[in-house]
Design a protein around this ligand. Structure first.
Ligand code: CS2
Ligand code: MG
Length: 403
């Protein structure tokens, strides 16, 4: 079998998605998600100009060799653009290989390790009361795990909160929005938020929170300690993780479980965090960490240190990513949880899929491959619209801060 063509499909059914489609001389096709929120066209160009010409004529079943060729052959290794491009190729090739075998993808990884995939929802509100209501609404929907993010008194716009009842989508255009931030106001507010949420939701629902890279290590240690009475499932991205050492300080101050990794793109970004057991969940995804092939490398390392997976699953990765992730989640022995920031019906309509959600659990389908396709005619009705993730500035002096 040979790869005869590959093309990139960009669409914007409510937000931009980038999809790579690979075709073969025996009529089988495979697709992969190549969406990098706010930098989409950089991956489109990387694929079209530098990757696709190298794929034509290759055997699509040589997944590992193609992965090594694209990783080592680029010379300039790693980084979100390169690894998202490689991920899209890898996911599409796994899709094809599973179709050749006539098997759902998880069977090729090692078979089923669990009956279903525990997922967590996003509950957001402009204030504590609204957030508590949203947590209770998602508990009613059957979620066993719910992330709570709320507006902060005294701050205009805060990460994670849509506030107007619309679906939360952080990317907007035509230039980056500017948010304001005050760590003091956030640290003053957040323990009270979780006291109210835990009192309302009871002891059994898993609660999660995302600090979104905004605290210093000692501030993260303080927050983790103050959240201990509310027994969080995890505190995510407590501090920027370029300096993996920083997590030693947080670990020293709190037993609140830590999760990191949605912006990591190779095992090297998290090797020390995992080996020194500085985290409890690794958040790397199919789309941004080199595909199924490399995500397995990361998960297998994590399994040696009782670190579990918690794949990133925001709406800025397409339903193709969710489909592939659910097959990965069905197999991976050290599974932790899957993020489920549900796509809109409009987004899902462009990507026919066989995965399903029921009472807080996600289930991959049994059709050959990863079970997701793209309706190219419908996709063409949603042309690309440039959009940026916001930037963040300290409220008191405008210093540029992590968003
Ligand atoms: C967030 C993401 O879901 C999460 O944990 O950190 O929604 C993140 O803000 C977006 O993926 C950025 O594009
Ligand atoms: Mg996050």
């Amino acid at each position: 079998m040979k790869i005869t063509a590959a093309r990139v499909i960009v669409c914007c059914p409510g937000r931009n998605f980038v999809t790579l489609k690979i075709e073969t001389d025996e009529g089988l096709t495979g697709i992969g998600d190549a969406t990098l929120n706010g930098r989409e066209l950089s991956v489109v160009s990387y694929l079209e100009e530098h990757v696709i010409p190298c794929l034509i004529g290759r055997d699509p079943q040589q997944i590992e060799d193609i992965w090594q060729y694209l990783y080592k052959g680029a010379y300039w290794r790693r980084g979100p653009v390169t690894m998202t491009a490689i991920a899209a190729v890898d996911t599409a090739l796994w899709d094809i290989k599973a179709k050749i075998a006539g098997q759902p993808l998880y069977q090729l990884l090692g078979g089923r390790s669990r009956t279903g995939i525990m997922s967590y929802a996003h509950a957001t509100g402009r204030d504590t009361a609204e957030t508590v209501d949203e947590v209770l609404r998602h508990k009613e929907m059957g979620y066993l795990a719910i992330r709570a993010q709320s507006g902060i008194p005294g701050l205009n716009k805060v990460y994670g909160v849509s506030g107007n009842g619309r679906m939360y989508e952080p990317a907007d255009g035509p230039l980056p929005g500017e948010h304001d931030w005050s760590t003091e106001k956030y640290l003053r507010h957040t323990p009270g938020l979780f006291q109210a949420v835990r009192e309302a939701v009871g002891p059994d629902t898993h609660l999660l929170h995302d600090a979104h890279h905004r605290l210093t290590p000692i501030e993260a240690g303080r927050l983790g300690k103050e959240l201990e009475p509310f027994h969080l499932f995890w505190l995510e991205d407590p501090t920027p993780a370029e300096n993996q050492e920083a997590f030693k300080l947080i670990r020293h101050h709190t037993t609140t479980p830590l999760a990191v990794g949605e912006i990591f793109n190779t095992v090297w970004d998290c090797k020390d965090l995992i080996e020194q057991q500085l985290i409890d969940y690794i958040r790397t995804t199919v789309t941004h960490a080199g595909g199924i092939t490399h995500l397995r490398v990361i998960a297998n390392l994590a399994s040696l240190y009782q670190v579990r997976t918690g794949c990133h699953g925001a709406t800025d990765m397409s339903p193709v990513c969710m489909g592939a992730a659910l097959h990965f989640d069905t197999w991976v022995p050290n599974f932790g949880i899957q993020e489920h920031m549900a796509h809109s019906e409009e987004m899902l309509s462009v990507f026919p899929h066989d995965w399903r959600f029921e009472k807080g659990m996600l289930y991959c389908g049994e059709s050959p491959g990863h079970g997701v396709d793209i309706d190219e005619k419908l996709a063409a009705k949603y042309p690309y619209q440039r959009a940026y993730l916001p930037v963040n500035r300290l409220q008191h002096d405008g210093t540029l801060w992590s968003w």
